[in-house]
Design a protein around this ligand. Structure first.
Ligand code: FES
Length: 124
């Protein structure tokens, strides 16, 4: 099982194929997911320290470009854990003053994932 290292919170193991946002929650960290995991809100944003996937869903790419965040953060709701990863969640419920993290994301990536190599997206 892959190991997730969450900066400031320690490590835990999660089943391969888990959405990263759900993996971070399962490790006990109060990451935001205000749109319910649909690549609309960016509150699940994380900084990757190690293990960043070199593919991205089209939905993540379009949201990050629109928000000026492309190349700076990744959206944990659009990433599937397929390797060891070290990440830093950037918007946590307890820091933002939200009453809840947002609707519970589904088990699989939404909207339906189309993973595209980042190098290909950068050429568009
Ligand atoms: S963009 Fe909203 S939960 Fe990921």
């Amino acid at each position: 099982m892959p190991t997730i290292n969450i900066v400031g919170f320690g490590t835990c193991e999660v089943a391969e194929g888990t959405r990263l946002v759900k993996a971070i929650k399962a490790c006990g960290v109060d990451i935001g997911h205000r749109c319910g995991g649909f690549a609309r809100c960016t509150t699940c944003r994380v900084e990757f320290i190690e293990g960043e996937p070199d593919v991205m869903t089209r939905a993540e790419y379009e949201k990050l470009k629109e928000s000026g965040l492309f190349g700076k953060v990744r959206l944990a709701c659009q990433i599937v854990v397929d390797r060891d990863m070290t990440v830093k969640p950037l918007m946590r419920v307890s820091e933002q003053g939200w009453s809840d993290p947002g609707p519970e994301p589904e088990d699989s990536v939404t909207p339906e994932a189309v993973f595209i190599p980042i190098s290909e997206l950068e050429r568009e």
